[in-house]
Design a protein. Sequence first.
Length: 184
Amino acid sequence: MQHVKVPDDRVGVLIGEGGETMRRIENRAEVRLDIDSETGSVGIESVGDPVTGMVAPDIVRAIGRGFTPDAALSLLDHDLRRFDLVDLAAETRNKNDLRRQKGRLIGEDGRTRELMEELSGAEVVIKGSTLGVIGQPEEVETVRRAAGMILDGAPHGAVYSFLERKHNEIHGAPDLSPPSADEP
């Protein structure tokens, strides 16, 4: 049995109305969930296909980090879809720096986070001291790199240009930017 901790404010989302979300996860991931609503501790036991059951901890973690149950369950829909977390606290110096960096990642009116989603194709949630990503491996890597650029202090314009270039690469659109001086 594996154990995952879910923040108090997300236990209700994990359980769902009348236990509906919990049952969906159990049925689709072929697991049994033992949720302690007092502590947020979730025991996960595989009761079917062990390979399918291996995805359940990531589904529970994703819901705990702010993703909708549908977004988290999408990890079962595609073999390559994955969930990744960036620990923002580890990338910042103190609480004020964490707050500032979260603001830069979210952007004015949420625009930077939205652009990360739109241009990468991944789903992005910023909650607490983490940035969570669900998507195909190249989409997840694109968001990780864009977030890293922002955390390193890159101007938003440079990050948006990077995201547009990666969007074109991932979705097969031609790169219409002028060649650099070293390119023929």
